[in-house]
Write a protein that binds this ligand. Sequence first.
Ligand SMILES: NC(=O)c1ccc[n+]([C@@H]2O[C@H](COP(=O)([O-])OP(=O)(O)OC[C@H]3O[C@@H](n4cnc5c(N)ncnc54)[C@H](OP(=O)(O)O)[C@@H]3O)[C@@H](O)[C@H]2O)c1
Length: 294
Amino acid sequence: MTKPVHSSGSFTLGTTDPLTVYRLGFGAMRITGAGIWGDPPDHDVAIRVVREAVDLGVDFIDTADSYGPFVSEDLIREALHRGGSDPYGGVIIATKGGLTRHGPDEWASVGRPEYLRQCVHMSLRRLGVDRIDLWQLHRIDPQVPEEDQLGVIKEMQDEGLILHVGLSEVSIEELERARQVMEIVSVQNLFHAGLRQSEALLDHCTEQGIGFIPWFPLGNRALVAADGPLAAIAARHDCTPAQVALAWLLQRSPVMLPIPGTGSLEHLRENCDAALVTLDDAAMAELAQAVETA
Ligand SMILES: NC(=O)c1ccc[n+]([C@@H]2O[C@H](COP(=O)([O-])OP(=O)(O)OC[C@H]3O[C@@H](n4cnc5c(N)ncnc54)[C@H](OP(=O)(O)O)[C@@H]3O)[C@@H](O)[C@H]2O)c1
């Protein structure tokens, strides 16, 4: 059976032990409770969302130890882990560490090497794997020397605990400094049709063949509202504004790996079908500049 996500095309992360994934992934931050804190309102729906994402062709799932905290990783394991030497059946689970949680919507960076090491060991245990496919430093902690944070990540990669390394919310300069230490296969920065402050980083990643994972790809509700700024393009393409937002990302760069997040089966299906939408040249020209949202 043809799976919609397969129409998004593929991208290969890394040059040593490369991993190829379909470009449209799934962000597993929204399967937790409100404020990304605690359990989801409906546990069974959260499990169904994760399983259906894979049924629709997703083979790249983004999560973090801090989502819940721990809830998102635990739910992914419950939904998908099937034991054996390839417990996720080829689905790449990309997790992160380096942010602590003190309550709903509260996030604090801790980049001390011993804490980052603990993050990796605990994610390995929760996900039930011997090695993490892609481990991303959630934030560079400004209070800890950058070289200490990068150094321990490189050590853990050399020890075989991590296959590939990614960064999150970084500048081009930070990315390039990290690349002096080890291969960085992806960066994850805030980016959507209405907010483009990471555009120079995206262009840099495109030139360098580094995966660019835009978080918050659907932006605020105003961006994808039925009567919002993407509505006319959506009507012309017989799709929804959210699908326009995702299709634009996929067409914007071959290194773009959107990971729309949702706790809703309906939104999941809609988002996966965005891989089937091709925006015309007029739409791409119209979206070349950041879209104004209320
Ligand atoms: N690196 C970082 O610092 C960082 C920060 C934030 C997020 N992330 C990652 O990026 C992923 C995506 O970011 P995100 O979840 O914040 O933003 P998003 O994917 O843009 O989703 C934003 C909101 O849109 C809603 N939504 C989803 N599909 C929709 C649709 N088709 N129509 C209308 N609304 C829809 C979701 O709520 P419903 O549940 O109601 O659908 C969600 O609350 C996260 O899941 C997480 O894995 C990373």
